[in-house]
Design a protein around this ligand. Structure first.
Ligand code: ATP
Ligand code: MG
Length: 405
């Protein structure tokens, strides 16, 4: 366990019962299996701590595979919203911690029901999980007893074991935790469990969503942004950094590499056919990304490309772009409709930033009629007019690095 030990500190209500509101976090199943379990657990907890560092909480400990956080109840919603951004979490719940005593357990249930369910005609079910097998009541017995008490005291509530409106959960461990209010997590795998990738982050809608999707499958990501100052404004770079910051609530801390393509665009403009600018610059981006990856251990590149979305995102372009990369290029959005991509960007909170109107280097240098079906041999012939390695190495030498803590 990540937290070695914890002191059991009880708080008593005015009648002398042990009652304490807390948040609990439960993790996905895959997460709990296998050799790397404690590493995943530690990563998830580090990300949780990072996401709630600006919100006061008193203490955090784990007890049989769940994480418990002591905090002021007025901060629960804020804490919950930030914790739910961490991948690998199945639920966050508002629980009442109490002792292993039937009276206390029922008192906790009552407190919970009074908070959330009085006066409404709901159906419910009591769901007990007994981790402590020494506890005097077996799970069905405890469920029946507590269910009976609830029916006696709450005339508006009825039992429905198959399809209840809500469940009263009772976890019997070293302590007992009672709760009915729980919020579903994003699922996915904890960051760091699927290697390390480099996201090509533009200022648009798509690339942050692409990064979110691979991060959800456990890939640790950093970002690479290309700008072309002074042809594009400094604000374009700031926008990419802002987007990375928004993503980092999900992905954890990230590094943003910022590379200036101005000289490369100039060289392309002077030496190649204008209609090839987009595909040529994409191949530069990929080669530079490969070089940065080789030096820093990234195992894949990630882009926000989606088939047919714009003229340059044809299968022919995809093929010519792939040729410029030794690393696999992951394109999680390749078969998605724009509307569905926008829905995700709204959900993760990047949309409003993405639609801010700052010029991207691609749009500034975009030709009026780009080649939509590039042929690799022609593109390679055009590249012979350029000193590719020197241009790339110069761009990498002047690269800036911004760390998002
Ligand atoms: P996005 O919404 O992510 O900007 P897009 O729909 O504008 O994508 P393109 O401009 O064709 O599509 O870019 C496709 C992908 O290439 C982007 O999703 C991104 O991964 C990468 N890319 C494009 N421009 C840049 C840039 N300036 N810096 C880093 N990556 C970029
Ligand atoms: Mg774009």
């Amino acid at each position: 366990m990540y937290f070695k030990s914890f002191e059991i500190k009880y708080r008593y209500d005015k009648d002398g019962y042990i009652m304490e509101w807390m948040l609990s976090v439960s993790f996905g199943e895959i997460f709990l299996k296998g050799k790397n379990r404690h590493i995943f657990y530690k990563t998830a907890i580090d990300n949780i701590k990072r996401n709630i560092r600006d919100i006061p909480y008193e203490d955090m400990y784990s007890e049989s595979s769940k994480l418990y956080i002591k905090a002021d109840k007025k901060d629960f919603d804020k804490l919950k919203n930030n914790i739910l951004k961490v991948f690998g979490i199945s639920y966050v719940s508002y629980v009442i911690k109490t002792s292993k005593n039937l009276d206390d357990i029922y008192k906790a249930c009552k407190l919970d029901l009074e908070e959330y369910f009085t006066g409404k005609n709901y159906t419910f079910k009591v769901d007990c999980k007994r981790t402590d097998k020494a506890f005097e009541f077996k799970s069905p017995e405890l469920s029946a007893k507590i269910g009976g008490f609830i029916l006696r005291d709450f005339p508006n509530l009825k039992v429905n074991v198959h399809n209840p409106d809500f469940r009263v959960f009772i976890d019997v461990k070293d302590n007992v935790y009672v709760y009915s209010k729980r919020f579903k997590g994003l699922g996915g795998l904890p960051i760091g469990s699927s290697g390390k990738g480099l996201l090509l982050l533009s200022g648009g809608i798509d690339s942050p969503v692409a990064g979110f999707m691979v991060a959800k499958r456990g890939m640790k990501i950093d970002c690479l942004h290309f700008h072309s100052y002074p042809f594009t404004s400094k604000r374009a770079l700031q926008k990419a950094i802002d987007l990375a910051e928004i993503m980092s609530a999900y992905t954890g801390k990230m590094r943003v590499y910022s590379v200036n393509l101005a000289n490369i665009y100039k060289a392309i403009n002077q030496n190649c056919e204008r209609r090839e600018t987009t595909i040529l610059s994409r191949r530069f981006m990929m080669r530079i990304a490969n070089k940065i990856s080789e030096a820093n251990g990234y195992q894949a590149l990630i882009t926000g490309e989606s088939l047919g979305q714009v003229a340059s995102q044809t299968i022919e372009s995809v093929a010519v772009i792939n040729d410029s990369s030794d690393l696999p290029i992951l394109r999680p959005l390749i078969a998605m409709d724009k509307k569905d991509i926008i829905d995700i960007s709204l959900k993760i909170g990047s949309y409003d930033k993405s639609i801010e109107p700052y010029d991207d280097c691609c749009s500034i240098f975009a030709p009026d009629s780009p080649v939509t079906k590039p042929k690799l041999n022609f593109i390679k012939m055009s590249e012979e007019n350029l000193d590719i390695d020197a241009l790339e190495d110069e761009a990498i030498k002047n690269m800036e690095i911004i760390d998002i803590a």
